[in-house]
Ligand binder design. Structure first.
Ligand code: MTE
Ligand code: MO
Length: 257
């Protein structure tokens, strides 16, 4: 390409060495500028006062945006891959013991707050009287491990229909709390009504062991382990997000897979 003569005249031609020096200088300048900007931005966010939930507001905003996007994909149709019973491990890992002090016995009752001031109280036998469903799936913990495990119980949607909790199925969330109120989770209704979600009283074809949630726990295969509350004491329904133990520590509220 030929440069028009009027421009060529005004410029002193640089030697190759000068050209290299010039470009190197520009490259380094850009590099350090970006580094500085990145650093300033990082410390700006880092030094922002944190919310009550231990996260800087701007990061929380990002997380909220992600949650919104994810919730668009929630539907009753979403399914976790299921496996054969023979694929299930026999030694099931025990993880998380918040709200699991001591052992429970047959005096346990499930309390279902249909509405404020209107509580349905059920025994384990009441739940066992409903049709049993089994699920073998890859149980995933946010800590990074997973295990194919086999669980049995009553499908949550069957339970809701059998106990005339159809109006409650129109609410946005289900909250669950351990009897001592130390561990608690909230789950969105579409994930709760997904056919693989069960109120679980069996593992590997036998009654749930104490440390795995005897007498009743939640199994919700479309979510990470943190949402599978062990030892359900109280269950309630709401249109606001129920309080959630790990969301309070800054984890994603929906914890979906
Ligand atoms: N009550 C109660 N339920 C709980 C927890 C807990 O600490 N307390 N931990 C959760 C977490 S983080 C995981 S991974 C699973 C583990 O279930 P498991 O012990 O049957 O493997 O339980 C969940 N349910
Ligand atoms: Mo977990």
């Amino acid at each position: 390409m030929t440069t028009p003569p009027n421009i060529k005249k005004g410029l002193k031609k640089r030697t190759v060495e000068q050209e290299i020096k010039c470009r190197t200088f520009i490259s380094f300048s850009v590099f350090f500028l970006c580094l500085t900007l990145g650093g300033v931005l990082f410390f700006k966010i880092y030094n922002q006062p944190q919310n009550e939930d231990n996260l800087q507001p701007i990061l929380r905003k990002g997380l909220r945006a992600n949650e919104k996007l994810l919730s668009l994909f929630f539907s009753k149709k979403r399914e976790a891959k299921s496996f054969k019973k023979s694929d299930a491990v026999t030694k099931v890992r025990v993880n998380g013991d918040v709200g699991m002090d001591g052992n429970l016995d047959t005096t346990w009752r499930l309390k279902i707050a249909r509405k404020p001031g209107d509580t349905l109280v059920l025994t384990l036998n009441d739940l066992k009287a409903l049709p049993k469903t089994e699920i073998v799936f890859d149980f995933k913990c946010v800590e990074g491990w997973s295990q194919v495990t086999w669980w049995g119980g009553v499908r949550f949607s069957d339970f809701m229909e059998k106990y005339n909790l159809v109006p409650q199925m129109g609410m946005k969330y289900v909250g669950m709390i351990t009897p001592d109120e130390a561990y608690y989770v909230g789950n969105d209704m579409p994930s709760m009504l997904q056919p693989q979600t069960i109120l679980c009283y069996e593992m590997n074809g036998k009654p749930l062991p104490q440390d795995q949630g005897y007498p009743l726990r939640l199994i919700i295969p479309v979510k990470y382990g943190i949402k599978h509350l062990k030892r359900i004491g109280v269950m309630y329904f709401s249109n606001e997000k129920p309080k959630d133990y790990w969301a309070e520590q800054g984890y994603d509220y929906f914890a979906g897979l």
